[in-house]
Design a protein around this ligand. Structure first.
Ligand code: AMP
Ligand code: MN
Ligand code: MN
Ligand code: MN
Length: 285
């Protein structure tokens, strides 16, 4: 059986990727992707361009976003697919989440200045394609450019993770809010890259059961953030909680991303792909 090459996780310059939505669509198409979603952090401003570019290429497309959520003192990412991009409640919710980012970025820059690195707010802003969406990734690119670190991964290790000088705790959306914004707009909510969170088994169980209770329906199993053993762990979790499974590279940039668009292994055959729940929401020309 031919398995669909779906890549349902990627970032453009509208959040913390480096390519415009059109270039991402072209790159996805050139690398054999057959169904694509742009999932900018807390943003849907790139979707109209992404959709046009994808449909012009004959690439099937789904609306997407990746919402930042605070859960049990950590940041969790919730992907949304197939929602109506013109939905007012979703737009208002995302605008509120974005609204906290500039104050947070100033506090991060103050913290870095105290650690001997001045000018980081202005520096990060120069890398942000969207001034409402300054992310840690933009700080990381600035610190690499300034020669403070050799790579963005090194910046995160030394500066931007919890407990490090550039880290500032932040309150994102609630889990129930994010799931509701997506589902009331006609979409499907999916827990992104669960292996990244490092919760205890008890808290992880709480995350999945509360997510399902709020109406969440999927989990990302095959992603650039998961090792092969982690894919097996979360394939089991998908079955345990009756969740659809998603697949996405989380591609951000040709220079920084380890996994390119469309270059992931297939979903394990025992899982139900999330795009089967979204058939009526897929756009193609
Ligand atoms: P923010 O939403 O501002 O907290 O930034 C989160 C983004 O930082 C993620 O979406 C990733 O793109 C990036 N990121 C997080 N951890 C790392 C890491 N260890 N190395 C490189 N990039 C990372
Ligand atoms: Mn990112
Ligand atoms: Mn993420
Ligand atoms: Mn992502």
């Amino acid at each position: 059986m031919h398995l669909l090459n779906a890549d349902l996780h990627s970032h453009s310059r509208v959040s913390d990727g480096t390519l415009p939505p059109e270039d991402l669509a072209a790159r996805a198409h050139a690398r054999g992707v057959e169904l694509w979603a742009l999932t900018d952090h807390d943003e849907i401003g790139g979707l109209a361009r992404a959709r046009e570019a994808a449909l012009d290429l004959g690439l099937a497309w789904l609306a997407g976003t990746e919402i930042s959520v605070s859960f049990a003192g950590e940041t969790v990412h919730i992907l949304g697919f197939g929602f109506d991009p013109d939905n007012a409640e979703l737009a208002t919710g995302l605008a509120r989440v974005r609204g906290g980012r500039t104050g947070r970025a100033r506090a991060m820059a103050d913290s870095l200045a105290r650690a001997g690195i001045p000018g980081a707010f202005e520096g990060a802003l120069r890398y942000a394609g969207n001034p409402d969406l300054v992310s840690r990734t933009h700080f990381a690119r600035f610190l690499v450019e300034s020669g403070v670190c050799g790579s963005t991964h090194e910046v995160f290790r030394h500066y931007l993770k919890e407990g490090k000088p550039g880290f500032v705790p932040h309150r994102w959306a609630g889990l129930g809010e994010a799931v509701r914004w997506i589902t009331q707009a006609g979409g499907v909510a999916v827990i992104a890259h669960p292996a990244r969170y490092k919760f205890s088994p008890t808290v992880e169980y709480a995350l999945f059961s509360e997510f399902v209770a709020h109406g969440g329906r999927g989990v990302e199993v095959v992603t650039g953030s998961h090792s092969a053993p982690e894919q097996i762990v979360y394939a089991d979790t998908a079955l345990e909680f009756g969740l659809f499974a998603s697949r996405g590279s989380d591609f951000h940039s040709p220079e920084e991303s380890r996994v390119d668009l469309g270059a992931l292994p297939d979903l394990p055959g025992r899982l139900q792909p999330v795009w089967e729940a979204l058939a009526a929401r897929i756009h193609r020309r």
